[in-house]
Design a protein. Structure first.
Length: 189
C-alpha cells in the first residue's frame, strides 16, 4: 500500500519538472553560515526516481552554495493546496559545476532563466538601485560568464515524506533508503 504512495510521489515530482504544477517550485532549507536555518524557493528541474535524486539550478555565487559546501544535508518541501498534499524531501546536496555535468540542464533552460546568471553582481550583493535584467543572454562573453556562474544542485534523497490532508485522505507516510531500496512506513498525521 505504501508502494502506491511512493509511486504517486515520484509521479508528482516528475510531472512538476515537465509542466507547471504546485510542486514545480519547492522550498529549499539549508543551514546558514551562522547556524540558523535559511529557506528559499527553487524550481524543480529534474526528478530521477532511479537515482533517487531531484535537481535545481542556481548561481554558484549565491549564499546557498557556500552553505551547502559547509553542510550538504538539505530539506525541500512542497505543497499542493488543491489536493491537500505536502511532500517533504531530505538528502545530501551535490554541487555540479563542471561543464559536462551541467550542460544538459543548461541547454534545457529558457533564455530568460539563463540571463539571470549573466549579472555582474553576485546574488545578495548590495546594489545602488534595482537593475533591469535583459530577457536574453546577448553576448558570447556574457554567455560564457553566465555558464560559469550557473550550476546544478542535485539532492541525493535519503528520506521522503507524503502527507495527504484531503478529507478522503488523512494519511502520512515516510520512506527511507535501506540497502538501496525504499522502505515505507505509515505514521500518524
Ligand atoms: C518562484 C521562484 C522561483 C525561484 N527559483 C529559483 C531557482 O530555481 N534557483 C535559485 O537559485 N533561486 C530561485 N529563486 C530565488 C530564491 O528563492 C532566492 O531568493 C535566491 O536564490 C537567493 O537565495 P540564497 O541567498 O539563499 O542563495 C526563486 C524565487 C522564486 C520566487
Amino acid at each position: 500500500m505504501t508502494a502506491s504512495v511512493h509511486q504517486e510521489l515520484w509521479q508528482s515530482l516528475g510531472a512538476a519538472t515537465q509542466s507547471r504544477s504546485p510542486f514545480t517550485t519547492m522550498q529549499l532549507a539549508t543551514i546558514g553560515m551562522d547556524g540558523a536555518p535559511r529557506v528559499r524557493t527553487v524550481v524543480l528541474r529534474q526528478a530521477d526516481e532511479v537515482r533517487s535524486t531531484v535537481s535545481f539550478v542556481t548561481d554558484l555565487r549565491s549564499p546557498k552554495i557556500a552553505e551547502i559546501r559547509r553542510e550538504p544535508r538539505v530539506s525541500l518541501v512542497g505543497y499542493d493546496p488543491q489536493a491537500g498534499i505536502q511532500v517533504r524531501l531530505e538528502g545530501r546536496a551535490v554541487i555540479l559545476d563542471q561543464p559536462e555535468d551541467k550542460k544538459s540542464i543548461w541547454d534545457r533552460c529558457r533564455p530568460h532563466t539563463l540571463a539571470l546568471f549573466q549579472t555582474p553582481d553576485a546574488p545578495g550583493t548590495e546594489i545602488a538601485s534595482p537593475r533591469a535584467v535583459s530577457g536574453t543572454v546577448e553576448h558570447c562573453d556574457g554567455t560564457e560568464q553566465a555558464f560559469r556562474n550557473f550550476c546544478v544542485v542535485t539532492v541525493e534523497l535519503q528520506r521522503l515524506e507524503w502527507l495527504d490532508l484531503s478529507p478522503e485522505g488523512h494519511q502520512r507516510c515516510f520512506f527511507r533508503q535501506t540497502a538501496g531500496s525504499w522502505v515505507g512506513t505509515w505514521i500518524a498525521p
